[in-house]
Design a protein around this ligand. Structure first.
Ligand code: TEU
Ligand code: CA
Length: 538
């Protein structure tokens, strides 16, 4: 028996870029309400809302200054209540983003904490420097160091992300009490759970120097520590178990083993986790150094995780990742076929599928032309660091262009009107120039569109116990091909994927064609370029 969060398909909304309804160039909650019918029609059962809380927007909402409010950019709490009501009427649940590793430096807790004698002092991690050097040698997620000196307190505070995102101190019991209260506040309003931001780095076991590492010096002191496991079990017992809800953790640098410790049902911690490994198969060491996409590596990683965890949170995109069709598919000649192939893969893997806004119409990477077109703090930090390291300008640019998180954050392309129908005015971030060709309106009106492939696949999964609950078995991982089988109680389906621009022979005995992204009646042993087929075995 599956739970509702295993049955349903999740759609991630990055509200800032979804739909502007009041003409300020910024997406808002009324904009989400406006499109609920479309999401219902698509077959979506859960919406994950990226942060909508008050925030100075250094990291666009991931730096929160009030956990129980709504950013005026997005509307009011009344809008939020309206959204919950309207979604419920369409049997859509809402999941909030829970960002509790750090707050904004503008959060009142942090402002109070700057005073050494304030009871809030220990909500954050303050330490004196070593001479005129920071307390340790750790390196941060956005590049650079992790300690910021504060004149007023005469000490440094720890920040694993931007310097305006001070890390909370989970050695102080009051912090967890605050978190419980925040969670109850939203659950009592009727939200159906949380996507938990960088949840496996909450607890810092020690603050001593880290082993020098190209990735993140210091991570052995905070990655998936026992203290974090304990926090997760406490939150489960004290809060989550009292509601009908689920959690999905964004867990960084997990292996199958450390992931299982965070999500295996008997551990009573998280329900699901997002792993990163398949998203790292097109890079060397860090995401900024891209290497050629190879299906073999990608499929091997997906297979490994399908087999390792009892249940996966499957995704190909989110607000931190470049667009999947530009990255794992082909955003040129085979744009449509490859976007459909990725859709067919995502919806036939074992686990809960997560679709990111715009993925369902095959939105592509941002065609920005200069650093001025970018808003993301991470992109600007990394560009500056690369400049400091004397990377040639062309290389710096190539790195940012291929990897910037803004690739995924350009406004939704709704129709062919100016700014893609996202807003009547110049939006906060540029609209991709291809909006006249790639937009929702055109695809809603075309039975063979990418968007309608998503709808078909969501319905196919919903109607198929094999696709929802069946086991996963790898059949083939080759240079350009990936094939697997899903089976349940004597029934099975086979999925064959050709990730290349060439025709590929893939023998398969005994089955009837359920679906192909090409118009065809039967499978003849040959996959056309970027063809995906689903077969029901005899
Ligand atoms: O992301 C954490 C994370 O590790 C990365 O995916 C991050 O985007 C970065 O690119 C690492 O190089 C989460 C959120 O999803 C992200 O948007 C936030 O910026 C970050 O946490 C801090 O809250
Ligand atoms: Ca707006």
């Amino acid at each position: 028996m599956l739970t509702w969060w295993q049955e349903r398909v999740v759609y991630q909304i990055y509200p800032r870029s979804f739909q502007d309804t009041n003409g300020d160039g910024i997406g808002d909650l009324q904009g989400v309400i406006m499109h609920l019918d479309k999401l219902r029609d698509l077959g979506i059962g859960v919406i994950w809302l990226s942060p909508v809380y008050p925030s100075p927007n250094v990291d666009y909402g991931y730096d929160i200054s009030d956990y129980k409010g709504i950013h005026t950019d997005f509307g009011t709490m009344a809008d939020m209540d309206e959204l919950l009501g309207e979604a419920a009427e369409r049997d859509i649940k809402i999941v909030m983003d829970l960002v509790i590793n750090h707050t904004s430096d503008q959060h009142p807790w942090f402002q109070k904490s700057r005073d050494k004698d304030n009871p809030h002092r220990d909500y954050y991690i303050w330490r004196p420097g070593k001479g005129n050097k920071p307390p340790n040698n750790w390196s941060g997620f956005f590049g650079g160091g992790t300690w910021q000196y504060d004149e007023r307190s005469g000490e440094y505070y720890l920040h694993l992300f931007a310097k305006n995102q001070p890390d909370l101190n989970y050695h102080h019991p009051q912090v967890l009490e605050e978190v419980k209260e925040i969670m109850r506040f939203w659950l009592d309003k009727g939200v159906a759970g949380f996507r938990c931001d960088v949840i496996n780095i909450l607890y810092k076991s020690s603050l001593v120097d880290g082993r020098r590492s190209l990735i993140l010096t210091g991570n052995e002191h905070y990655l998936s520590q026992e203290g974090t496991h304990e926090i997760l079990r406490t939150l489960r017992r004290a809060v989550l178990d009292h509601y009908d809800c689920f959690t999905v953790g964004e867990t960084v640098f997990v292996t199958p083993k450390t992931a299982l410790d965070l999500m295996a049902p008997e551990r009573q911690e998280l329900d699901m986790i997002f792993s990163f490994e398949h998203m790292e198969t097109d890079q060397y060491i860090v995401k900024w150094f891209k290497r050629k996409f190879q299906v073999g590596r990608f499929a091997a990683s997906i297979s490994k995780w399908q087999n390792a965890l009892p249940w996966n949170a499957n995704y190909l995109e989110n607000h931190d990742q470049p667009r999947s069709v530009s990255r794992f598919g082909n955003d040129g000649v085979f744009w449509e076929k490859s976007a459909k192939l990725l859709c067919m893969m995502l919806l036939t893997l074992r686990g809960t599928p997560f679709i990111y806004q715009g993925q369902e119409i095959g939105m592509t990477n941002f065609d920005f032309t200069s650093m001025d077109d970018l808003q993301d703090v991470e992109s600007h930090n990394i560009y500056a660091i690369a400049k400091g390291l004397r990377f040639p300008a062309r290389l710096r640019w190539r790195i940012i262009k291929a990897t910037s998180r803004d690739n995924a954050r350009t406004p939704m392309q709704w129709d062919t009107t100016p700014y893609g129908g996202f807003s009547p005015v110049q939006p906060w971030l540029g609209v991709n120039d291809n909006y006249k060709r790639i937009n929702m309106e055109a695809q809603l009106g075309d039975a063979h569109s990418i968007r309608n492939m998503y709808k078909t696949m969501i319905a196919l999964r919903a109607a198929s116990p094999v696709l929802k609950a069946g086991s996963f078995e790898t059949l083939q991982i080759a240079k350009d091909c990936f094939a697997y089988r899903r089976s349940l109680e004597g029934e099975s389906m086979v999925v064959l994927l050709n990730f290349s621009t060439q025709e590929k022979r893939m023998e398969f005995a005994g089955g009837t064609l359920v679906l192909s992204n090409y118009d065809r009646q039967a499978y003849d042993g040959k996959l056309r370029p970027y063809e995906a087929v689903i077969l029901k075995e005899f």
